[in-house]
Design a protein around this ligand. Structure first.
Ligand SMILES: C[S@@+](CC[C@H](N)C(=O)[O-])C[C@H]1O[C@@H](n2cnc3c(N)ncnc32)[C@H](O)[C@@H]1O
Length: 350
């Protein structure tokens, strides 16, 4: 494997615990992944321990607490109550690890129990980052939409998958296919024989991904700011968040012969994630609250990329704030449920 070291540095999530506080949509998706997770935990082949659970792309950790707690409790029920368990969280070097450790230590929903040993690794998961044959259970939620090694700029969209440019779409599909293979190959080295792994990331059908509303409104903000002379043409071009959803066909592609790199798919499907704030909006009619929740969710994952693109500007903070404030205003005027597709993939290491 050639190393991705030195490749484009993907910006991690908005720091200061902001992602933890503004990722209810991702948490709603995770709730929908839990039945598959429980099946994988029930089937994983166990040895005498210590058992190792890896959480790939943990960000600040809050959304990992529930799945990891379930895994610890179920694995102990299958073995012994004090079974030592290592929990290895991984993310990019720029991740907010203070927020992660603070969450593990202090959040009332933390999985921390006697004989549970958390640690963290700050390296991209497109290379092996845990020694071979170590991991019994792998968890990976809402990360594989991030492209691995290149920057793809779309001239006409914030999310490149909505671009009308054939060049952009072709490049995107090539990078996504390579990323998926590379992620699987690296995990295959780390997973023990009989291990199970769940990966859940934005999916799409041939009709769409469910991100159409948010994509259209944030691009509308960027076009407005361009028209007003706040953003240059070059900035508009580079304001592209390197993320994209996958089709089920993309997921199955490396597994055409059933097995890829010693891994087998035990389950793959698309889930439509429920909008976590829509019911409250229907009860209250408060479009501002709905809009602010979605705008903050967008900022939590895309804000650092936007900041990086505008890094040379003295007024960077003002412009970044302006982008997400205007997004909230537009969302309030066009309120509707945000119900994106989430691909849920269960894997077995042979
Ligand atoms: C939207 S957050 C998901 C966090 C959490 N797993 C959840 O479900 O809420 C995406 C995370 O993936 C991480 N990420 C993106 N590319 C990565 C890579 N190549 N290696 C490791 N982590 C990566 C980001 O830094 C970010 O923390």
């Amino acid at each position: 494997m050639t190393s991705y070291k030195g490749a484009r540095r993907t910006a991690a999530m908005e720091g200061g615990g902001f992602y933890n506080k503004n990722s209810a949509m991702q948490a709603a998706g995770i709730s929908a992944l839990l039945p598959l997770w429980e099946r994988l935990i029930a089937d994983v082949e166990l040895d005498g321990g210590p058992l190792v659970i890896a959480d790939y792309g943990s960000s600040q950790g809050r959304n990992s607490l529930a799945p990891i707690a379930i895994a610890i409790d179920r694995l102990r029920a299958r073995t012994r109550p004090e079974m030592p368990i290592e929990v290895v969280h991984t993310d990019l070097p720029s991740n907010d690890y203070s927020a992660l450790f603070e969450t593990i230590q202090s959040d009332p929903a933390s999985y921390l129990r006697a004989n549970v040993f958390p640690s963290a690794i700050g390296r991209s998961y497109f290379d092996p980052i845990i020694p071979p044959d170590r991991v019994h259970l792998g968890w990976n939620s809402w990360t594989m939409q991030w492209l691995g090694a290149v920057t793809i700029n779309a001239p006409d969209q914030f999310f490149p998958s909505f671009s009308k440019s054939e060049d952009v779409i072709t490049a995107l599909r090539q990078v996504q296919a390579a990323d998926w293979r590379r992620f699987l190959e690296a995990r295959s080295i780390e997973l023990k024989r009989g291990a199970r792994m769940l990966t859940g990331f934005p999916g799409r059908t041939s009709e769409g991904s469910g991100w159409e509303w948010l994509a259209q409104e944030i691009w509308g903000v960027i076009v407005d700011l361009g028209r007003e002379g706040v953003l240059s043409e070059d900035e508009q071009f580079r304001l592209t968040v390197p993320t994209a959803p996958r089709l089920l066909d993309d997921i199955y592609e490396p597994f055409r012969d059933g097995v890829f790199s010693g891994l087998e798919i035990v389950s793959a499907g698309l889930i439509q994630v429920a909008d976590p704030v829509w019911d409250a909006f229907e009860r209250s009619g408060d479009a501002t609250a709905l809009a602010s929740s979605h705008a903050n969710m967008m900022r939590a994952f895309s804000g650092p990329t936007v900041s990086e693109v505008l890094a040379d500007r003295q007024d960077r903070e003002v412009v970044v704030n302006e982008i997400y404030e205007r997004l909230a205003l537009r969302l309030a005027l066009s309120a509707r449920p945000h119900q994106p597709y989430l691909a849920a993939v269960g894997l077995r290491k042979l």
